[in-house]
Design a protein around this ligand. Structure first.
Ligand code: NI
Length: 390
């Protein structure tokens, strides 16, 4: 057993305790007060760090070695979701209606414990490492833009991030060069018709029938307007109108999401939804009010860093732990780090069917296999040592 692996195993109890504490104290985006206080207090116990709060609920720890070398940043997101936990665990969220259902408790625990290990032997390192515990990943426009505006990436040469995932079994690292995640956008359409008595539709402009026609037409956007080699998803997720069985309402509204992997497809879909909404409304004598909100951009993994990361994972855990990943749909505000400087974001499997830890993310029954945290910790220390090692 190599030195790093046995060191990581000695850290396992603390790692899992941290993760469970964070899980139990899940907090929503921009409200991560207890979480940030906990992380700061634990970081304060570690010698050799400079601590700061880039924003009220984010924490940055900087390890300055005093020796020339690269400036490397690594980010863990720390926020939870507005979900009522349905797991039966002794460390379930004590905050009603708030749950770590995306694994960010694990991300924060991994990074905190990586700091502990790396700070034991700072003389083996060069350059500077910035550990960024970032708030509000779950809620666009997201915390990344705020911490970046606060300067956490100023002068940084390369940046790293990790996400636990239920799409891979525990210990599998999903690696993808180039575009890793989708851009995540939202659209809203309100059809303005003319309400009236259900028995006299000829006196009305029925926005429900127009809306239904639009919902069907939207299904042709990806199938008819996007090239087969380009992937995209358009889903209508909310449709609302009317309040009585015998009243044609004035308005009908719908909301949906769009996931794309390149800018041309993204712009094309926005334009197609707009023209279908306006055209179908006009053809029915109604009017459409359309809005399109851009969420996170795609994370783009730097080629050189991806090649390096893939090799490091294979060298550390064996080549069988590398899964070549196609771009995945969930978005992440790590995209803004990878736009600012070369970045590598890896997906780490935490699904274990035997333990029941394979529910999807953002699900009330989401659980992670805590063994994945051990892999995450070893990976994090290994990659930072390799970039900032003597
Ligand atoms: Ni997440």
């Amino acid at each position: 057993m190599n030195e790093l692996h046995s060191r990581v195993l000695r850290q396992k109890d603390e790692l899992i305790n941290d993760r469970r504490w964070l899980h139990q104290h899940a907090e929503l985006s921009w409200e991560e007060t207890e979480t940030a206080d906990y992380l700061e207090s634990k970081l304060r116990e570690i010698k050799g760090l400079t601590l700061s709060r880039p924003t009220p609920t984010s924490v940055m720890a900087v390890l300055k070695t005093g020796r020339p070398g690269p400036v490397v940043a690594i980010r863990a997101d720390i926020d939870a979701l507005p979900i009522q936990e349905e797991n039966e665990l002794e460390y379930c969220s004590v905050h009603s209606g708030v749950m770590h259902a995306c694994g960010h408790d694990g991300h924060a625990a991994i990074l905190l414990n990586a700091v502990r290990i790396l700070c034991e032997e700072p003389e083996l390192l060069k350059g500077e490492i910035r550990f960024v515990f970032q708030h509000a990943e779950e809620t666009p426009p997201g915390g990344a833009v705020e911490v970046i505006a606060a300067g956490v990436l100023d002068g940084v040469d390369e940046v790293y991030g990790l996400h636990l995932t239920s799409i891979l079994p525990t210990g599998q690292f999903g690696v993808c060069e180039g575009v890793l995640t989708s851009a995540t956008d939202r659209f809203d359409v309100t059809i303005h018709g003319k309400g009236g008595h259900s028995s006299m539709p000829h006196e009305c402009v029925d926005p429900i029938v127009t809306g239904a026609e639009l919902i069907c037409a939207l299904q042709t956007v990806v199938s008819r307007s996007i090239a087969p080699a380009d992937a995209a998803v358009l889903s209508v997720c909310r449709a609302e109108g009317g309040s009585a069985y015998n009243v044609i309402p004035n308005t009908f509204s719908l909301t949906g999401s769009v996931r794309t992997y390149n800018e041309d497809v993204r712009a094309r879909i926005e334009q197609r939804i707009k023209s279908l909404s306006e055209g179908i409304a006009a053809a029915n004598g109604a009017a459409a009010e359309f809005s399109y909100s851009r969420g996170y951009d795609s994370i783009v993994n730097n080629t050189e860093l991806t090649i390096m990361g893939r090799k490091l994972i294979a060298d550390t855990f064996g080549a069988q732990h590398v899964t070549e990943l196609s771009p995945i749909a969930p978005g992440d505000d790590f995209c803004y780090y990878s736009q600012k400087c070369p970045g590598f974001f890896v997906e780490l499997g935490a699904a274990n069917h035997a333990l029941g830890s394979d529910a999807p993310h953002h699900n009330p029954k989401y659980r992670m296999d805590e063994e994945a945290l051990v892999y995450g910790l070893e990976y994090t220390v290994a990659i930072l040592r390799s970039r900032c090692g003597e």
